[in-house]
Design a protein around this ligand. Sequence first.
Ligand code: NAD
Length: 339
Amino acid sequence: MSRVEKFQKVLVTGGAGFIGSNYVHYALTHHSSWEIVVLDKLTYAGNLDNLKDISDRITFVQGDIANPEDVDKAVKGVDAILNFAAESHVDRSLRDPLPFIRTNIEGTLLLLEAARKHQIKRFLHVSTDEVYGDLVGSDRHSLESDTLSPRSPYAASKAGAEHLVFSYGISYGLDVLITRGSNTYGLYQYPEKIIPLFITNALESKSLPIYGDGSAVRDYLYVEDHCSGIDTVLHAGTSGRAYNLGARMEVNGIEVAKTILGLLDRPESLMQSVSDRPGHDYRYSVDPSATEALGWQRQWDFQRGMAHTVAWYKQNSDWWQAVKDKKVFQEHYNQWYAR
Ligand SMILES: NC(=O)c1ccc[n+]([C@@H]2O[C@H](COP(=O)([O-])OP(=O)(O)OC[C@H]3O[C@@H](n4cnc5c(N)ncnc54)[C@H](O)[C@@H]3O)[C@@H](O)[C@H]2O)c1
């Protein structure tokens, strides 16, 4: 029996990036009647190959969420917006924060303005657990009611965007929601992030650069679970609320490296300690109970998610090799790890 869909036409910003492209795939499977528009600037992290197999089922618009004309054009006629578009890498924000302010804050503001003008039904903003700041030294898990305490320019820009999103709910009655997902991994992730970097370096028999003593802990969430969480919140979330998404699995950098090396049968001597990230947060961990109360459950544990992810990178070397061959990847990698 087909169910009645709440939305007909949905705008996914940042849909050529890692989580956005996975969400578009997820949405086409679970909401086959949706018309999906993807608005993406195609920065170094955006990749049309991530959408290649479904390119005839979506409308792709290359454009900038921080450009009012691009936004206005893309928002016209849609009834929901999911904002994945962002500058997303903490290390790059430490080198050059300005693009983070422009895209993550100004871009979100322009989307909110367009949502107001075009009377969008729902606006879901994809945020991060990094807005909570460091939990090191405590065994508690961040709750949505916690004070935001971002500590990197990336996290600060995401927290700034969140305040704007909530303000549009209060000031203009816009139906807004926020998800705060934990560190995510899976297919199509740009290989500057720890898991695909370690996998692809191991496949190339290169060293795995581990920050400091490798004890920093993250709550790793498989990308399909992140997408189903976003979709649950979009459909069942209470307007004006934030929702945590996490796997309830805390894993440190050494454990990530050992898991990958084990799955690829590579020696642990490939692990190499490098200068720690300045201002490194040592522990993030969210309590996802509020999202679970909406009916969401993660389906993947770390071992199964990692086995699936490693297998995908093994089978898709053309995808990541093309990304790693680019100057924009190599420049950042060489400068950052040589600092
Ligand atoms: N990756 C994670 O672990 C994680 C965890 C929690 C939350 N998030 C959030 O999820 C969202 C997606 O993250 P990701 O890892 O897929 O990022 P990503 O860097 O892989 O993709 C970002 C996408 O946004 C596009 N983009 C960047 N600036 C743009 C602009 N000005 N206009 C239009 N498009 C633009 C890029 O081209 C790219 O396709 C982000 O908002 C991020 O903050 C990520």
